[in-house]
Design a protein around this ligand. Structure first.
Ligand SMILES: [Zn+2]
Length: 122
């Protein structure tokens, strides 16, 4: 009896699966590239806005670029690390009403409903 069709069937099936996997990988790579392009656009827009604000402050005599750099360093240090980033460490927060611990993103206490202290907006 000839069973070659089994090999042929499984060979075809695995090549179809490989094609699907390659297609999935290509789609994932395309999505990642699109997400990266959107992030780069967002960063470029933010850089434009920051540069515009800095220029407006310089023109208004509020501060110059050197003073702005000093302020950037001060803010950078305010999260405990001079690393060129502002990333405050936000852990769980205690409720001012009942004292129980809530998640770092909670706006209201999940136990008593009290409004929690607003946190940094960025
Ligand atoms: Zn509470």
């Amino acid at each position: 009896m000839y069973y070659g069709w089994i090999d042929s069937y499984y060979s075809h099936r695995s090549s179809v699966q490989a094609a699907h996997s390659a297609s999935d990988a290509n789609n994932a790579a395309r999505r990642a590239e699109n997400a990266l392009a959107r992030l780069e656009d967002a960063l470029d827009r933010q850089a434009l806005i920051i540069r515009t604000l800095l220029t407006a402050c310089e023109k208004a005599g509020i501060f110059n670029e050197d003073q702005f750099r000093e302020l950037v360093t001060e803010v950078d240090l305010s999260d405990g690390r001079l690393d060129g980033k502002y990333k405050p460490q936000q852990g769980p927060q205690g409720c001012p009403n009942c004292g129980k611990t809530n998640g770092k993103r909670a706006m209201k206490c999940m136990y008593c409903g009290a409004v929690l202290e607003p946190r940094d907006i960025m």
